[in-house]
Design a protein around this ligand. Structure first.
Ligand code: 5RP
Length: 212
């Protein structure tokens, strides 16, 4: 059921792709369906800006040009999945460890279309452990700061991000004010980025092929 909804969402996002566009592309199993559908349009778009090595490989396999964000300028559209989505279209992302590049591409895009299955919908963010990308030497320092704020930090041992950094997953937070928490965590020394997408939430959320 969940994978069918992921496929429907990935395919439904195609309707937001305009002719001649450069499309920002996220990461994950739902986005993989979007990339497969995008391949059918590849002669009608200029190319894609990718948020991960994983998505880059899939885009290239389909012959879709992968462009450098420094060369493209602002993007009209970014399509990505999420691990949790609240009623305000605020998200937890980073289950696939691609949060930093995802946040960069989302920030460059005029419209962020988030594609999810219904299991990702929550009233309050935080059941899914919040991923935080950290500079390796700051892992313990950031972990202590999280514990001081009532979170339970777990190092995702063995995972190295595309940027050469590490991931801490924070368990046990019920996130009542995602914008405030994102801003606060962004200030901690050693934090590269936080998997809360609240200051820049999604503009459109597709749950399967339905707009939320
Ligand atoms: C990767 C992400 C993904 O969008 C998120 O983990 C959802 O993945 P999936 O579509 O496989 O359920 O944030 O960093």
């Amino acid at each position: 059921m969940s994978s069918n909804e992921k496929r429907l969402a990935g395919e439904a996002a195609i309707r937001y792709v305009e002719d001649g566009a450069i499309v920002g592309v996220g990461t994950g199993s739902t986005v993989a369906y979007f990339i497969d559908a995008l391949a059918d349009l590849k002669d009608r778009i200029q190319g894609a800006v990718s948020s991960s090595e994983q998505s880059t490989a899939q885009l290239k396999k389909h012959g879709i040009p992968v462009l450098d964000l420094n060369a493209t300028g602002p993007l009209a559209l970014y399509v990505d999945g999420a691990d949790e989505c609240d009623p305000h279209r605020q998200l937890i992302k980073g289950g696939g460890a691609a949060l930093t590049r995802e946040k960069i591409v989302a920030a460059a895009a005029a419209k962020f279309v988030c594609i999810i299955d219904s299991s990702k919908r929550v009233d309050l963010l935080g059941r899914f452990p919040l991923p935080i990308e950290v500079i390796p030497m700051a892992r313990s320092l950031v972990g202590r700061e999280i514990a001081r704020r009532g979170g339970h930090p777990v190092w995702r041992d063995g995972t190295v991000t595309d940027n050469g950094n590490w991931i801490i997953d924070v368990h046990g937070w019920q996130i009542a004010d995602p914008v405030a928490l994102e801003s606060e965590l962004n200030q901690l020394a050693g934090v590269v980025s936080v998997g809360l997408f609240a200051r820049r939430p999604a503009d459109v959320v597709l749950v399967g092929d339905q707009v939320m």
